[in-house]
Structures are given as C-alpha cells and as structure tokens.
Design a protein around this ligand. Structure first.
Ligand SMILES: Cc1ncc(COP(=O)(O)O)c(C=O)c1O
Length: 394
C-alpha cells in the first residue's frame, strides 16, 4: 500500500470508528425552508439562509442581469484586472451600512478572517482570542506565528488577565478578537465589556459578525450596532454567505485599513475576485435589508417560537440568544443518531461533532429562517419530541 493510501485508509477508518466522519447530503434544488433530498421533501433546519435571501426572486434577478452584463467570471485578482465598478459600489455601500469609512470585499468570510489577521499581525505580536472563536480566526492566528492568549469563553476576568500579562512582555501590536455571535452556541459576545477593556489597555479589536450580519442591529448591521458601539471597534468582519444569501466576506473599518489590506492581505492579492453576479446579488440584499424590516422581525419571532418549543420539551439548548439553537446530545454517536432519526422523520438538521464542538457536547445545530412557516416549525418540533423521547434526551 502506498503512503497516501495507507494514510487515508487508517485515518478514515478511525473517523468512522469514532463516529466523527461527516457524510455529505446532496440537495436537489435550492436551500429553501423545504429541501429535496433523494427525491423526498424535508424541513430545512440547518441552513444559514436566515432571511430567505438565497432563494429570493429579486436577488436572482439582480444576479442574472449582472451575469448578462459582466459575464460568468472576472478572470483576475482584484489588483490586476479583476476590480469592476460593481465591486467598488458594493464596498461603498457596505461601508455606509456599517458606519465605517471603508470596506473591502473578499471571496468568503473564511478568507476575510484569515486574510485580515495575517495581513495585520506578525510573530512579534500577540493575539488574544475567545476559546470558542471560529476556525477561520484560529487558522489566521496560526499562520501569523504571533503569540496567542486564549481566554475562557466570554470570561472578562480572563481577558483582562491576558491584557495585563501582555503589558509586561513588550509585544509589538496586540489584537483582541471575538466572534459577535458564536456559531455553534448562538450566544452573543459581551462587546461593551470587551471594548472597555481594549480601550483601557490601548489595544486593537476585531469582531467577526458572520452570524449577526442581517440578524442583529438596525437592519441587520451586526453586533457592534446592536450594542450602540459604532465607531468603537476598529475591525469588523462580515460574511455575505449566510443571511446576505450569496457568497463572500468583508472587512469594514478605516480607509487606511482598507488601503493596507489591498496591499498586504494575501487572499485579496493572490485569489481572483467574485463574479459580478455575486456582487450584484449582495448589493440587492443590503437594499432589501433596509427596505423590508419585516424579514428580520419574522426571523426573530420564528426563532423565539422554535426555541421555546424545544425548551418546553425539555431539550438542553445551551446558552443560545439568537436564531442559532443547539440541541445538545452528548457523545458523537448520540448526536449522529439524533440527526439520523430526525431525518427519518422529515427534518434535515445536521449533527455537529468534534472537532467543531467539544467531544461531550456534540449536537444538532438548528437555525431558524424567516421563511419557515408555522407548519414547518411544528413539524420539526413534533419530530424532535418523538426522537428526543426515543433517545432519552427529554
Ligand atoms: C463565525 C464564522 N466566521 C466565519 C465564517 C466563514 O464564513 P464563510 O462561509 O463566508 O466563509 C463562518 C462560517 O461558517 C462562521 O460561522
């Protein structure tokens, strides 16, 4: 057996034995509130299409029009010939929306986090990061070679300990970084306290608003706006791939931050720009956010209804405060079984296991959408009730 074959066989077997192997489920059609898998219809409870924008006719129309005008691809990185007028229009629009001087769009939220952290920090610096921050922040930190201090989840005493220790060590720059909404638990970072501490110690701060863009704050401006902290956080990351309904990531901040990243953010410099169909649909999404506040209201009323339903049934839903509601099952085996049995009962809710979450907190993560009907949510709750009893979770 060759080296590669041996490596893959051994390691894949181990993943299967430990119940940590991810299966891909193929959807025949769009990521709507109901999806078709293997010819059967399921209630979709795992999508990031919070506001239904991924399947919205106005968004599709905008994308089609841009496709006709600009073609299928841009055929270059932004710094060579891959910047079109619509890219700049979207960036100006995002900057205005986020109350920042400027914004820069990247290929995904993942590349935005990796690109910004690596573009700004180096081995003489320190990065102070919440232990539950997203993998893209962790990967960015690893690539910088900077020192790191990982503080306990949302623990402000531990964060201050890290800041105090840093004072004595003579680092170059110091960056405090947190998710705005934590992706696996749906809880919100205590931004006012973090801002207070980073000001007290005179360091920089970055918030990843992937799961709060389009969800929290006025017209979905994110957690910084939600806490009335506009102008107080130097670096805001957002994604265009979740509630915004398309694909991409962005960084919002000062003009100089944008100018620096154009020159030193490696995913920006070395990977091609978005096709304009994506850019046009994202622009349309930001217009819809302003024009149709009822979408976000519906998202939140659906989220409250579904979360209460799960809690009334007796499920452990952790500390969720947003439309992300985890249903914690325990071991990987139990989480997988929960997902499998829900699927057999017409609900598509993906199990999330280690290393994405701790080994003993494996779960099915549900995300409610504004486009879920009451019938969708009731059908899901019925399935959770039946399966939860079978598995002894309630
Ligand atoms: C907190 C957080 N940040 C960043 C990302 C990456 O976003 P994208 O899917 O646009 O790459 C995700 C997506 O899973 C996320 O949950």
């Amino acid at each position: 057996m060759g080296q590669l074959e041996k490596f893959l066989t051994d390691n894949l077997n181990e993943l299967h034995e430990k119940n940590l192997y991810f299966e891909l489920k193929e959807l025949q059609g769009a990521a709507a509130n109901r999806v078709t898998i293997g010819g059967k219809s399921y209630v979709q409870m795992s999508s990031n299409n919070y506001l239904g924008l991924a399947t919205d006719p106005e968004m599709i129309k905008a994308a089609k029009e841009a496709l006709d005008k600009y073609g299928a691809g841009t055929a270059a990185v932004r710094t060579i010939t891959g910047t079109m007028d619509l890219h700049t229009e979207l960036e100006n629009h995002i900057a205005k929306f986020k109350h920042t001087e400027a914004a820069l769009v990247l290929q995904s939220g993942y590349t935005a986090n990796v690109g910004v952290v690596t573009g700004l920090m180096n081995k003489n610096d320190l990065i102070i990061s919440d232990e539950l921050n997203h993998a893209s922040i962790i990967d960015g930190i690893r690539l910088t070679g900077a020192s790191k201090y990982i503080y306990k989840h949302k623990d402000m005493e531990d964060l201050e300990r890290g800041l105090k220790e840093a004072q004595e060590k003579g680092y170059g720059k110091i960056l405090v970084v947190t998710d705005g909404v934590f992706s696996m638990d749906g809880d919100i970072a205590p931004l006012p306290n973090i801002v207070e501490l980073k000001d007290k110690y005179g360091v920089m701060m970055m918030v990843d608003d992937a799961h709060s863009s389009g969800v929290l704050g006025k017209a979905g401006r994110g957690t910084v706006d939600h806490f009335n902290l506009n102008g107080k956080v130097e670096i805001q990351i957002g994604t265009l791939s979740k509630a915004i309904g398309v694909l991409g990531g962005y960084v919002a901040g000062s003009k100089d931050l944008r100018n620096w990243l154009i020159n030193r953010c490696r995913p920006f410099l070395f990977s091609s720009s978005h096709p304009l169909s994506i850019t046009a649909a994202a622009l349309k999404a930001f217009q819809i956010l302003e024009q149709q506040p009822e979408r976000i209201e519906k998202l939140w009323s659906n989220a409250r209804y579904f979360k209460k339903g799960l809690q009334d049934l007796g499920f452990d839903t952790g500390f969720s405060e947003t439309p992300i509601t985890p249903v914690i099952a325990g071991s990987p085996e139990k989480a997988k079984l929960l997902g499998k049995k829900l699927f057999e009962n017409g609900v598509f809710a993906t199990p999330i296991v280690f290393p994405t979450v701790p080994m003993d907190k494996c779960r099915v993560r549900t995300i409610v959408m504004a486009t879920h009907t009451k019938e969708d949510l009731d059908l899901s709750l019925e399935a959770f009730k039946k399966v939860g009893k079978e598995l002894g979770l309630i």
